[in-house]
Design a protein around this ligand. Structure first.
Ligand code: COA
Length: 324
């Protein structure tokens, strides 16, 4: 029997109109463009307008991906959406997006794996296709992370932005996704988290305590080490070596973390897709946004091998190696 692969047939993305530069942040907190650029590689980020939601960005990104794939929303039989900033508690943002697209009736659900949300969603969607359950799937990563940024805390407010990306994944006899690897270790919860919620309760702090808490230096160290072994594991799972990879499309949190992964892969930075300078860390939005930029700018070509990876709160980490 011919194996079933899942192939990306279209990509799309969406960003809020408003741009906040490092110079703008200098007016809000004690920081400098120079500090932000040298520590993180970030120059600017997009920030959602009042009333603009994760679902708005996700819908736009999905419409663009459907158009690129030449697929109608009514043909979609599954929507998996990675987010940690859903529009409302329920229904899921995937359900809200489904209705707006006109894909009513298919399965639709959210995945919360913090910054690894899109990579988790892609891994899940790949399994649905490989099992024969689904034929055409929308995989989305979308966030309005700035809604949980404390604009008075310089350690975190310079790092994040809003945005969404999406891909249409279709069943095919040709590769396709070769391997996906998904992991989590809840033991690191306190290094990167937002500790309030419906069940645990909210606090009397501003924004009801909804605020990212992060031990930046520790997160940095674990991320570099974990991504190193993730890269090894993914190559092994796909039966490939470093030289087989045409493009690294990493989670866009920090340029120094990206450079460390590229070094591990013995890849020069001109084979790495970098958008962190323009978008900052958009969590689940980051990898599909970077992919869409690379596709639309003509960098990534059909037939090339791409290594996608992400690391985030939980901790969670996940990857995919695929032929585009
Ligand atoms: N502007 C100016 N100074 C700042 C600052 C800012 N925005 N944020 C922190 N600082 C200061 C600190 O207070 C500290 O001052 P001190 O030396 O007087 O105590 C100094 O800069 C250095 O802080 P440190 O935390 O050691 O910097 P760093 O080199 O580790 O860089 C991060 C900080 C946050 C950029 C870096 O640790 C990082 O990117 N970590 C990973 C975060 C991440 O990616 N999270 C999401 C994962 S999905």
């Amino acid at each position: 029997m011919t194996p079933i692969y899942s192939r990306i047939t279209g990509t799309g993305s969406a960003l809020p109109e408003r741009i906040l530069t490092n110079a703008d942040l200098e007016k809000l907190v004690e920081t400098s463009d120079e500090w932000i650029r040298t520590r993180t590689g970030i120059r600017q980020r997009h920030v959602a307008a009042e009333g603009e939601t994760t679902g708005d960005l996700a819908t736009l990104a999905a419409q663009r991906a459907l158009e690129a794939a030449g697929v109608k929303a009514s043909e979609i039989d599954l929507i998996v959406l990675g987010t940690t900033t859903p529009d409302i508690i329920f229904p899921s943002t995937a359900c809200l997006v489904q209705h707006r697209l006109g894909a009513n009736g298919c399965a639709a659900f959210d995945v919360n794996a913090a910054c690894s949300g899109f990579m988790y969603a892609l891994g899940v969607a790949d399994k649905f296709i490989k099992s024969g359950q689904s034929k055409k799937v929308l995989v989305i990563g979308a966030e309005t992370l700035t809604r949980m940024v404390d604009w008075t805390e310089r350690e975190t407010c310079v790092l994040f932005g809003d945005g969404a990306g999406a891909v249409v994944l279709e069943a095919s006899g040709e590769p396709g996704i070769y391997a996906t690897c998904l992991h989590a270790d809840g033991g690191h919860k306190e290094l990167l988290y937002n500790p309030v919620g419906v069940s645990a309760g909210f606090t009397d702090e501003p924004n009801h305590g909804v605020r990212i808490r992060m031990a930046g230096r520790e997160v940095f160290k674990v991320a570099v080490k974990t991504l190193d072994s993730l890269v090894d594991e993914t190559l092994q799972a796909a039966g490939m070596q470093e030289s087989d990879i045409d493009w690294l499309i990493p989670h866009q949190a920090n340029l120094r973390i990206i450079e460390a992964t590229a070094k591990r892969l013995k890849m020069s930075m001109d084979r790495v897709v970098v958008t962190v300078d323009k978008h900052a860390n958009t969590s689940s939005g980051s990898v599909p946004l970077a992919l869409d930029f690379a596709v639309r700018s003509g960098k990534v070509q059909r037939g090339q091998n791409l290594l996608l990876e992400a690391f985030g709160g939980g901790f969670t980490w996940a990857s995919a190696l695929l032929r585009y």
